[in-house]
Write a protein that binds this ligand. Sequence first.
Ligand code: AP5
Ligand code: MG
Length: 214
Amino acid sequence: MKIIMLGAPGAGKGTQAKMIAEKYSIPHISTGDIFRANIKNGTELGKKAKTYMDAGQLVPDELVVDLVIDRFKEDDCKNGYVLDGFPRTIPQAEALTKALSAIDEKIDYAIDVDVPDENIVNRMAGRRACVGCGATYHIKYSPTKVEGKCDKCGEDLIIRDDDKPETVLSRLEVYHKQTQPLIDYYTEQGILKSVDGTQDMKDVFQDIINILGE
Ligand code: AP5
Ligand code: MG
């Protein structure tokens, strides 16, 4: 099963993608996580990506597309994957469609986690992320057992550099301009499914299971 998660920054794409990956035993591929790991390890790619990310802008398409398409070639992708944060522009979506059709494959579902802008800033302010394993928490909606420590690996939690309210506003603007057109793109392909992302995390997940099947 090959799935794309769509939705505004903070809509809950990562939260739901992790649950999908676990339930259906497919890898969760998050381009944001890949860039953050590169930043942490001080790679060239990380240095390039950081300038854009900190400004709330998109990393240029040419730094993203090959990275994701190469990732599909790894062994764990043979039964599919859940893509989180990619594609994010029409050129990225077209490159993905082309790369998959060249090997006679296609995306099965594009799931749009729909959350209005008003709810987003509040969510981002409370998000805490683990730099160790990538787990995501929220101080109110999904707190850790021990404050400031990851439940899964025990590492310290951080506030993402791009979660400052002013950066969140530019990310939302970029989303509406560059990413939202993908909703029409995948509607035309007949694979778009929308879920109400303002519900409780587990209710959002139940709606997704209803789409994907048990
Ligand atoms: P990326 O890491 O993908 O960030 P994003 O799309 O802005 O989305 P987020 O990760 O912020 O939100 P999310 O939807 O995953 O929400 P989450 O589950 O964490 O990208 C970062 C940057 O990298 C981009 O700005 C760009 O610069 C660059 N980049 C990445 N991919 C790129 C690409 N393809 N092309 C170009 N540039 C690229 O949830 C948010 C919070 O809410 C959490 O605290 C969570 O616990 C909480 N929450 C989740 N669901 C609920 C719920 N139902 N109710 C209450 N709280 C909830
Ligand atoms: Mg995310």
